[in-house]
Design a protein around this ligand. Structure first.
Ligand code: ADP
Length: 537
């Protein structure tokens, strides 16, 4: 029976796993070493499938394919524009002679031939998005069994948004242009925006679909070719996306997917001499490794989207009910496995007691269980390591002297389920108020003045996101300008969109994902200068 704190075995029919090999140069292939690794279902702790494990040699092959596709292939040279050479033959035929029709047919064949080598990037990406939409349920189910995410979320939001984000960048592919510069009277200058080259993407396991697309789509639109390593915990949907990309017409070698582990496959990407840029999302510790490897190899530029310990700040004048609902969501959404989790909640003293009461009520009613069940609000943590790490932080919080208001325990005895957990009486220097826990664990604190709220919010090495709950415009404006974070949500939380950039200040990294800012990460600016003789101006 499903109850508010229990989980049931799922009756959902799990799709057959179709893709388990490396995707290199347009084909699914075994790894050269023949090695495989297991991917585990966090609901049952059982093995879902064995996946080919990429090693350095496989990364070399994938980079070689990407390099060829970049240096000699059609992708970077295709127009981004939606140019269509399409003739309405029926209409023309109805008003023309038979002979002319033959001529048009012939022209069409020639145009088709030209067309085939001249497909535009934007149109192919649109086709890819369409294929994703047609396969939403299957992809969503893969993310559920691999990562323990909610099926309703994956099917209703994450996978469809992945398709929309591809469309966003498909639409941007024909809007990549430089500027005309009036250098001087004697010289005319302009800038060209060129694709940066072969990109290495490394992503974590918490949003397997949206992060895959967040990295791949803008770099594809820019005209880059790439090798992407999904997290070892969640390789399934990435391989499915690769299969659909091929179906859509993305040329061989442009998109390569090499699953594997960080210190081997990941490190082979970051230290590769023939990769021109690395885009990484993951922990701050590994971000440091990525930068070091880039510096020690070919000085490739990197962009890093790293950890966070984001503040959620509730002022006395806020709608308490709404604030409690969003504060809870801020830390339990996706089981707290989200870099922008609002894991430090600061509440102004005037409403603190009422807020705390409502928050605890809501946390107790939060349904943890089978992620395929539509009543469930929170599935299992991604894997054993993460599960144990969270439970050990909870123990640490108790030892540090914080008060455990609710939660703190495992749910059931199979699968990596953890109760929504709230600590009060937290001091800002406690480990649970400083470390990124990446689980459903909240540190609740009280404040008096706006100055104190600003100081406390910024009292972290991270700077990814912040939430502010107030009806006062001045307070909202002062706070949003004072907080050092890449995204600030006022009277809302977790609002993302293809056109909304996000990324870090301080040790949360640098560079932005999403929006046009992300597109520019994958472009180089080249200035071209030429003399003008006899210029009148
Ligand atoms: P998390 O702690 O959330 O798993 P990580 O930063 O460890 O985050 O992992 C994020 C991604 O980085 C994963 O794909 C992982 O395999 C990869 N990774 C881990 N270690 C390295 C490394 N030394 N070099 C490159 N990639 C790595």
């Amino acid at each position: 029976d499903q109850n508010s704190k229990g989980h049931t075995a799922s009756s959902f029919k799990i799709p057959t796993i179709k893709f388990t090999k490396l995707f290199i140069n347009g084909d699914f292939v075994d790894s050269l070493s023949g090695r495989e690794f297991e991917t585990i279902d966090p609901r049952s702790e059982e093995v879902i499938a064995k996946i080919a494990e990429g090693t350095k040699e496989d990364v070399d092959l994938a980079v070689h394919a990407s390099r060829e596709a970049f240096d000699h292939g059609p992708w970077p040279r295709m127009p981004g524009a939606f140019v269509r050479y399409k003739w309405n033959r029926r209409l023309v035929a109805s008003v023309c002679f038979f002979g002319l029709e033959i001529l048009i047919l012939f022209c069409n064949i020639i145009l088709k031939l030209i067309w085939d080598v001249n497909q535009e990037r934007g149109r192919i990406m649109m086709k890819w998005a369409e294929l994703i939409d047609e396969n939403v349920e299957e992809i969503a189910a893969l993310d559920v069994i691999d990562a323990g995410k909610l099926y309703q979320w994956c099917k209703g939001i994450e996978v469809p948004s992945a398709a929309s984000n591809i469309r966003y960048y498909a639409g941007a592919a024909d809007k990549i242009h430089g500027e005309v510069l009036k250098a001087s009277r004697e010289f005319h200058a302009y800038t060209l925006l060129e694709p940066i080259g072969v990109v290495g993407h490394i992503i974590p396991w918490n949003f397997p679909s949206s992060l895959f697309v967040t990295k791949v789509a803008p770099s594809l639109a820019a005209g880059c070719t790439m090798v992407i390593k999904p997290a070892e915990q969640t390789p399934l949907s990435a391989l499915f996306y690769a299969h659909l990309a091929k179906q859509a017409g993305i040329p061989d070698g442009v998109l390569n997917v090499v699953p594997g582990f960080g210190p081997t496959t990941g490190a082979a990407i970051t230290s590769h001499m023939d990769i021109d840029k690395v885009s990484f999302t993951g922990s701050t510790d590994i971000g440091r490794e990525v930068m070091r490897a880039a510096a020690n190899s070919n000085l490739k530029p990197v962009s890093l989207e790293l950890g966070g310990k984001s503040p959620f700040i509730v002022f006395d004048d806020a709608d308490i009910d709404k604030a409690a609902e969003l504060a809870l969501l801020g830390v339990v959404f996706n089981k707290g496995e989200i870099c922008v989790a609002g894991s430090r909640v600061f509440v102004q003293e005037g409403i603190y007691d009422e807020f705390e009461k409502k928050l605890v009520e809501k946390a107790k009613a939060w349904v943890v269980g089978d992620p395929f069940d539509s009543k469930t609000k929170q599935g299992p943590q991604v894997d054993k390591k993460q599960f144990e790490k969270i439970l050990s932080y909870i123990e640490h919080g108790k030892r540090e002297g914080a008060t455990l208001l609710t939660g703190g325990k495992r749910v059931g005895n199979k699968g990596y389920y953890i109760e929504p957990t709230i600590f009060s009486n937290v001091k800002e220097d406690m480990v649970i108020a400083q470390d990124e826990i990446f689980g459903p664990v909240m540190a609740l604190m009280k404040f008096k003045t706006i100055e104190e709220a600003i100081r406390s919010a910024n009292n972290t090495k991270y700077g990814l996101a912040a939430g502010i709950m107030t009806k006062n415009l001045d307070t909202a404006n002062t706070m949003s300008r004072s907080i050092r974070a890449g995204i600030v949500w006022i009277n809302c939380y977790f609002v993302f969109g293809g056109d909304i950039p996000y990324g870090g200040y301080k040790m949360s990294g640098f560079g932005r994902d999403s929006g046009l800012d992300a597109l520019h990460k994958y472009l180089q600016v080249k200035s071209v200068v030429t003399p003008i003789y006899n210029s009148p101006w």
